[in-house]
Ligand binder design. Sequence first.
Ligand code: GDD
Length: 346
Amino acid sequence: MAAKTALITGVAGQDGGHLAKLLHEKGYEVYGTLRGQLEASHPRYQAVKTEMPYVNIVLADMMDIAALTRAMQEIKPDEVYNLAAISHVGYSFRDPILTADLTGKGVLNVLEAVRLAGLEKTTRFYQASTSEMFGGLDYNRPGSGYDEESLFHPRSPYGVAKLYGHWITKNYRESYGMHASCGILFNHEGERRGPEFVTRKISKAVARIKLGKQDVLELGNLDSKRDWGYAGDYVEGMWRILQQDEPGDYVLATGETHTIREFVELAFKQVGIELRWDGTGESETATDVASGNVVLRINPEFYRPAEVDILLGDPAKAETKLGWERKVDFPGLVKLMVEHDLAEEA
Ligand code: GDD
C-alpha cells in the first residue's frame, strides 16, 4: 500500500515538530507549511530543514487561500492537521485582530482549501481546539473536570478565535460530510515549548539560576491551575482521532490540575533548591533557603486582563474510544523539562 500523506499547518511550532516526527516514524510522507515570506535562508526555515529533514516544506500563509488551495491540489493529503495559530493567550490581548484572523478565520481558509481542491470526501481534517474555550468560569464538575459536553466560556481573544475554529470545523462535518474532527487539548508542554509559555519560562530560568547565569525569575499569576501533560503524548492522540471511522470531538487531558506555584516549587526542587515563600499578591517572593537569595518575584506585566483560573480535563472518552494513554506524569514532565534545560544551558 502506498504511504499515507499528511499536511501539517504550523509545522515549526511545538506540536508540529512532535507530530511530524511521529507521522514520519509511522511511514507517512509529511508536508508542513511555513509562512509565505520565510525564504530558504530564514533561520526558521533552516531550523525545520535541519531538525526535521523528512518534512517537505510548503510555503503557504494561513491568510492566503490561493496558496493553501494550491498546496491541497498538489499534495492531495490523506490527512490535514491544522495546528497553525497565534497560540499565546497573553499576546492575543495585545493583538486581538490578528489573532481572530489567523487563529479563527485561518481554520476556515484551510477547510475551504480542502473543499476547493475537491478533497472534502477523501481528506481527513484535524482541528487543534483547546481547553481555553472552556475558560474556567463554568467549572462545575469537581473531581471529573471538563469533558466534550461542557459549556464553553472563552476568556481571551485567543479562546474566542479558537471557538470559531471549533464550530466551523463541526459545521463542515455536518454540512459537507467531511471527516473533520477536533481535539480539545489541555495544556501540553515539553522540551520543544516556546520560552514565552509559563512552564518553559520556569524550567529555563531554574536551570539558569542553578548555573549562575540568572538571578531572578519574574512571573505573573501564581494561583491559576492547569492540567499539564507532555506534548509528545498528545500528538499520538491527534493521530488516533483521525484513524477513527467516524469524525468526532475528543478531550485530551491528564485529569490532574496544579498551580503555577506547584510547578515552580517542583522545578527548583529538581535542582536541589528549596524555596521559602513570603508576602502575598504583587509582593510575593520566593527565596532560596540555602543561599538567602530571592529567586522569584511577581511582575504585574505578566497578569492578564481576564484569567482562566482553573483547567481540569476529563479524558475518559479518548481513553475508552481511542485507547489513548499518557506516558509522562506531572513530576515526570517537570523533571524532563528541567533536565533538558540544564543540559542546554550548560
Ligand atoms: N506565559 C506566562 N508567563 N504565563 C504566566 C506567567 C508568565 O510569566 N506567570 C503566570 N502565568 C500564568 C498565566 O496567567 C496562566 O494562568 C498560566 O500561567 C499558563 O499560561 P501559559 O503557559 O501562557 O499557557 P495558557 O494556559 O495561557 O495557554 C496554553 O494552553 C492552552 C490550552 O489550555 C497555550 O498553549 C494555548 O495555546 C493552549 O490552547
